[in-house]
Design a protein around this ligand. Structure first.
Ligand SMILES: [Zn+2]
Ligand SMILES: [Zn+2]
Length: 355
């Protein structure tokens, strides 16, 4: 497809405009996707501001960010048999090289050729161009078919839900047990829905409007840390004194990394989803050893998309309830302000590049 398209072009730290740029040409094993929705990720403000340039995100200016999308296949590159024109798809950010040791084991989120040009590795919306645009080309490995019963808006949450599921999968949910989730943002709320679907009781720790959303979406218990002296004590009380079987940390503050370990029961499992700014993050070392806790770092969502799409289709994940606002691409600045300042109870904000 020849021609120009609208894209949110980042010219420098926090300097972005909607510009007309060339529509990308899909190469071998790639398809061109008409982007029907792109959700603003919790990590996007830091990517836009330049705070994550030490990770190589973005590698240069100008750049197009965005990685949580759904859309329609409109052009096939060479060698593509997985999709046909017109197929509806949801995307994920990580595309491994496919042949390194980690990729061969299924951990393409940890590809050993990360960022190596020409290796076949892409981290879309991070070091490879992303989807705050009307079109983007993707390797077929980064795309999963979206059933007709799910809207494109719901499809934009597949990437986030996949990461939440990866955390749940790593901790190995115990049906009938307790899963504590710190931080009821989109990630925490999705982790809660998945834990509920797997038969766990859920304890969500947070405050304000988002804690109310957690209650509405089925949290078994909620703990408001502003009204509670000691959240660890509160979780122990709820769990008969023993603590939670699994703890999922989605809050990203120093105390959450401490408390997550402290509120786990003996032999419990703890997953950290938020990425600390650097090494040196404190965890509760004594509790960790004395209670024989297992820690899991959670990076993205390898082989999770079809599972969460099925959970959405079965209505076990209510993605729709998390999408509070939608904007056109021309309203991108307003969309970001709404998301960052959580205006009008904003949880997940979706941009429609083709409206
Ligand atoms: Zn994301
Ligand atoms: Zn690889």
């Amino acid at each position: 497809m020849d021609g120009k398209m609208k894209a949110v072009v980042l010219h420098g730290p926090d300097d972005y405009t909607v510009d007309l740029i060339d529509i990308p040409k899909p190469g071998r094993d790639e398809v061109l996707v008409k982007i029907m929705g792109v959700a603003i990720c919790g990590s996007d403000p830091g990517l836009f501001s330049g705070a994550k340039r030490n990770n190589g995100w973005p590698p240069k200016y100008p750049f197009v960010l965005g990685h949580e999308f759904a859309g329609q296949v409109v052009e096939l590159g060479e060698n593509v048999t997985k999709f046909r024109i017109g197929d509806r798809v949801a995307g994920e950010a990580h595309c491994g090289c496919g042949h390194c040791e980690m990729c061969m084991k299924g951990f393409y989120n940890l590809c050993l050729n990360y960022g190596k040009e020409g290796s076949g590795h892409h981290h879309y919306g991070h070091n490879t161009m992303g989807c705050y645009a009307q079109y983007e080309k993707y390797n077929v490995k980064a795309l999963t078919a979206l059933p007709d019963s799910l809207s494109y808006d719901e499809g934009t949450l597949v990437d986030t839900a996949g990461t939440a599921y990866n955390a749940i999968r790593l901790t190995g949910i115990e049906p009938g047990g307790y899963t504590a989730i710190i931080g009821p943002g989109p990630m925490g709320l999705l982790a809660m829905e998945i834990a509920n679907a797997m038969g766990s009781q859920t304890i969500v720790i947070g405050r304000g409007h988002r804690l109310e959303v957690a209650k509405k979406l089925g949290a078994t218990y909620t703990v408001n840390f502003e009204e509670t002296k000691d959240v660890v004590e509160e979780v122990r009380k709820i769990t008969g004194g023993y603590g939670a079987h699994q703890v999922i940390e989605c809050a990203g503050n120093t105390s959450a990394f401490m408390e997550a370990v402290q509120m786990a029961r003996k032999n419990g499992q703890v997953a950290f989803i938020t990425i600390p700014g650097e090494d040196g993050q404190m965890v509760a070392g004594k509790s960790l050893v004395m209670n024989q806790i297992t820690l899991h770092g959670v990076r993205a969502n390898p082989n999770c998309s079809s599972t969460v799409i099925n959970l959405m289709a079965q209505k076990r994940i209510n993605a729709k309830a998390l999408i509070t606002h939608t904007f056109s691409i021309d309203q991108i600045h307003e969309a970001f302000e709404t998301f960052i300042y959580r205006k009008d109870g904003a949880v997940k904000v979706v941009v429609h590049p083709n409206d």
